[in-house]
Ligand binder design. Structure first.
Ligand code: ZN
Length: 284
């Protein structure tokens, strides 16, 4: 693996696997190759009966800048995780298949991994970066973490794994999408999107301690507890809602392709640096 590092922890941390996003030179932007390597790492953790908890963390100053927009790699050569095909066909047919496979399909698999997962987030977590954090069961953020989905600025409804209303609540999800403001870790914690916020220097040790506590529990009960919560979300309609939003996401891609000759509105790619969201009480 080149873009992802897989570590089996030892000693007091036995039973914990740590997956590190490892493209710090591009702020861990997710290329197709990285997505498949990340998938392989999750599969390795799932298949190892000695692993009870998985931490997803990142090298470099930021968790993830999102999808690698410059990556135009063909899909040939990867063992696909879904049943879609025709990934490199022209028009909406290829793009839909590609995003069904590498974004929606992957996120579904990772969200349903039958072991507790913890995202350890620091620095910026942008668009597709949110998808990686959101598929994990728990999120621990450092106090320097920043979260934003700026995809509406690019003429699309939001990232492909559309769980914003579940993560932020409906009204705050709308504000987050409409404004594309960057929200800090404290705000994400207040909204319930993040389990804990800790100083940057304590992020790794805090996350490990949390994983260690979870790893003392019986593995089957952990799997069943996770499945029970995920089944509840499905019963509440989460899966159907995600798929509905994914369909609208592709209406937007097709609209932009017709209007601008590319799947996103190019004016959104050239926005000035996003300003942080004003704290409560300001600018009202
Ligand atoms: Zn898309």
């Amino acid at each position: 693996m080149n873009t992802v590092r897989y570590e089996l922890l030892e000693g007091d941390d036995t039973g914990i696997a740590r997956i590190m996003l490892n493209r710090p030179e591009v702020r861990n932007a997710q290329s197709v190759a990285m997505t498949y390597e990340l998938n392989a790492a999750f599969d390795t953790a799932a298949a190892d009966d000695n692993v009870k908890v998985v931490i997803l963390a990142a090298e470099g100053p930021h968790f993830s800048a999102g999808h690698d927009m410059r990556d135009r790699a063909v899909m040939d050569g990867h063992d696909t995780v879904g049943t879609w095909c025709g990934f490199d066909l022209p028009g909406g047919e290829g793009l839909f298949a590609r995003e069904e496979e590498v974004y929606l399909g992957m996120c579904r698999r990772w969200r349903d991994l039958p072991k507790p997962t913890i995202a350890q987030v620091h620095g910026r977590c942008i668009a597709g970066g949110l998808m990686l954090a959101w598929v994990c069961d728990l999120i621990v953020a450092s106090d320097d973490a920043r979260f934003v989905d700026p995809v509406v600025s690019m003429g699309v409804n939001g990232v492909e794994w559309f769980v914003h209303p579940w993560e932020l609540g409906a009204r705050k999800a709308k504000e987050h999408l409409f404004t594309a403001d960057e929200w800090d870790a404290a705000e994400a914690h207040r909204l319930g999107m993040v389990n804990h916020v800790v100083p940057r220097a304590e992020l790794e040790t805090f996350t490990l301690a949390l994983a260690r506590r979870i790893a003392t529990k019986p593995s089957f009960a952990l799997k069943l507890a996770k499945l029970s919560v995920n089944q509840t979300l499905d019963a509440m309609g989460q899966r159907v809602a995600i798929e509905g939003a994914f369909g609208l996401h592709h209406v937007a891609h097709s609209h932009n392709q017709l209007r601008f000759g590319m799947p996103v509105d190019p004016s959104g790619l050239a926005l000035p640096p996003r300003r942080p969201r004003p704290s409560s009480g300001e600018a009202i």
